[in-house]
Design a protein around this ligand. Structure first.
Ligand SMILES: Cc1ncc(COP(=O)(O)O)c(C=O)c1O
Length: 173
């Protein structure tokens, strides 16, 4: 499984850090009064970034008994016509969960049904231990658009041969 889409130069945006990539998403592809769906537990800086952009935050739960996968039924009930983004953090901070490809597909199918683009926070995509494999959300960008956030500062410096992550890339579906 991998990203099948052609990624062109103009699909890649370099920012000074992952956090700035998130701010760019919130200030360019959302407007005050919009809302966004965030995982709980999650990375708390999303809330302050949303606050700065006057975007309402709605939390969907990650289920401990199901590998911290999102509760998709709850997620569906939270979205409405003002929902600008669905944020998925995989591998997850703070829980460290890594989602299977089949589940990522279900998430992107849900986003497609709701007509919401996905912010795939894959800051830790190159730091995966114990034989687990990481599947980029962009593998499913044919279902719903995926905007991937990566970060040079968080890459695994113990493995210099790991591919360089990008800062922010947009794949259209
Ligand atoms: C899940 C997650 N997303 C985004 C960021 C921000 O990345 P950066 O340090 O490149 O701003 C972090 C940093 O800790 C993070 O844990």
């Amino acid at each position: 499984m991998g990203v099948k889409h052609v990624v062109r130069e103009n699909d890649i945006y370099l920012t000074v850090c992952g956090m700035q990539g998130i701010h760019v998403c919130f200030t360019t592809l959302a407007s005050p009064g919009c809302n966004l769906l965030l995982p709980r537990p999650g990375f708390s800086s999303y809330e302050s970034a949303a606050d700065l952009a006057s975007i309402e935050v709605r939390f969907y739960d990650l289920v401990p008994g199901r590998g911290w996968e999102p509760d998709l039924q709850q997620l569906r009930s939270l979205a409405d016509s003002a929902t600008a983004w669905l944020v998925v953090i995989n591998p997850n901070n703070p829980r460290g969960a890594i989602y299977f490809g089949a589940h990522l597909q279900q998430i992107d199918e849900t986003a497609r049904d709701l007509h919401i683009p996905v912010i795939a926070d894959e800051i830790y995509g190159h730091i995966v231990f114990g034989g687990s494999s990481f599947v980029p959300m962009a593998s499913f960008a044919h279902l719903s658009p995926v905007n991937t956030i990566g970060s040079l500062s968080n890459r695994d410096r113990s493995n210099p041969s790991a591919p360089l992550p990008f800062q922010t890339s947009v794949f259209d579906g």
